[in-house]
Design a protein around this ligand. Structure first.
Ligand code: MG
Length: 387
């Protein structure tokens, strides 16, 4: 039977790769809903190709633009805004929702989808970073599977498959180290957005590319792993592995380490989530180990990359602190991309914001959103005042 899918964030890098896989296996998947922010040309192309029942965009103006961009014989229901995204996530016919929206915008539609009993292929890490306790609790109650699309978490779930959770000792989360692994910290004040957007091994969107350069991406992944695999933060260790061939590892109490490997291409993780527990014949090449010669590893430099350290701190503080870290980071990264602040100010601003926040434990969704909004304003003010 065909799996009926909703793709939230269909015009981004993960969304496009998801659609490529769906195109490869038309007998296995069908697209019932698409949601994007504002890339109308690409979205209308996707609608013509996949013919969904419902399509969501960011606002009314874009909805009108999309309606007029579509040929007369294509008339999906076009909705917009947060209510529109929710509608695209809970459509009756849908089995699984792929949440590949960038940033905190992913949280509300993902929660709506879980509440409606849809399985989730999760690429939006902010959903777990902001509200991991709420999301995982609701997923358990609704008997919903959360299948990670993030390559590291996909790797970890593959390494855990078939073993006893009680035998797990550590999760070894690998990091490519980003484009500035070998740059000295002194040069960080001079980094331009375009330097950070050139990732050596992974092709990604803008925000995640900056997060990868600061290692905040890895920090968010630590928090994501804590919730997804229900382990304390001190069971998670980050290992820098520049070749990105090992996508992550786990170790067991007997000292055995299981690694999941593959070429650095998101399609593997996406396909695994879409068709779990089945594997799809993707025809991906395996790594050429002889050509690679060696795989290298090192510890992350937390002084040079304070964002990773801040994420571990937020993870251990728990409650609303990860949401505050995430919100502060989103605003600081945005300010850097707009050239309003220098690259090395990103962690400084996040640290200042975290220092001013009093953690709320067992927070409600409203309290989390309030903390998120507070942190955004706080950083916006820091940026404006040039502090
Ligand atoms: Mg990742």
């Amino acid at each position: 039977m065909q799996k009926q899918l909703s793709i939230l964030g269909s015009t981004g890098s993960i969304g496009c790769n998801t659609l490529k896989i769906i195109e490869m296996f038309p007998d296995k998947f069908s697209v019932r809903a698409l949601a994007a922010r504002n890339n109308i040309p690409l979205l209308s192309e996707q609608i013509r190709k996949f013919n969904p029942d419902i399509v969501a965009v960011f606002n009314e103006e874009l909805a009108e633009e999309l309606t007029s961009a579509l040929p007369a014989d294509f008339n999906p229901e076009i909705v917009y805004g947060i209510e529109g995204y929710k509608k695209a996530a809970i459509l009756e016919s849908i089995d699984m929702v792929v949440t590949a929206v960038v940033g905190s915008a992913g949280l509300i539609p993902t929660l709506a989808a879980i509440d409606a009993g849809k399985n989730i292929a999760l690429a939006n890490k902010e959903t777990l970073v902001m509200a991991g306790d709420i999301v995982m609790k609701m997923a358990a109650e609704k008997n919903v599977k959360i299948l990670p699309i993030d390559s590291e978490h996909s790797a970890i779930s593959q390494c855990l498959e078939g073993y006893r959770k009680t035998d797990l000792e550590k999760i070894l989360l690998t990091a490519s180290g980003g484009p500035f692994l070998n740059k000295s910290a002194e040069e960080f004040s001079l980094v331009k957005p375009e330097d950070a957007l050139n990732h050596p091994t992974w092709a990604m969107g803008e925000k995640i590319s900056i997060d990868s350069a600061t290692l905040m991406n890895k920090g968010l992944e630590v928090i994501e792993a804590k919730f997804l695999f229900d382990v304390p933060h001190d069971m998670i260790k980050v290992v820098v592995h520049p070749q990105s061939v090992i996508h992550s590892m786990v170790s067991y109490i007997d000292g055995s380490v299981i690694a999941q490997m593959g070429i650095p291409d998101m399609k593997g993780a996406i396909a695994y989530a879409l068709s779990y527990p089945e594997r799809l014949p993707l025809k991906q090449p395996i790594p050429d180990f002889a050509e690679l010669g060696s795989l290298t590893f090192e510890n992350p430099d937390l002084e040079k990359f304070p964002c990773l350290d801040l994420a571990f701190q937020a993870c251990s503080a728990g409650g609303t602190m990860p949401a505050v870290l995430n919100a502060a980071n989103e605003i600081a990264v945005h300010a850097f991309l707009k050239c309003h602040i220098s690259f090395d100010r990103i962690p400084v601003m996040i640290k200042k914001t975290m220092a001013q926040h009093t953690v709320i434990n067992d927070a409600s969704l409203d309290e989390i959103i309030e903390a998120d909004e507070w942190a955004r304003k706080f950083v916006e003010n820091l940026v404006k005042s040039g502090r």
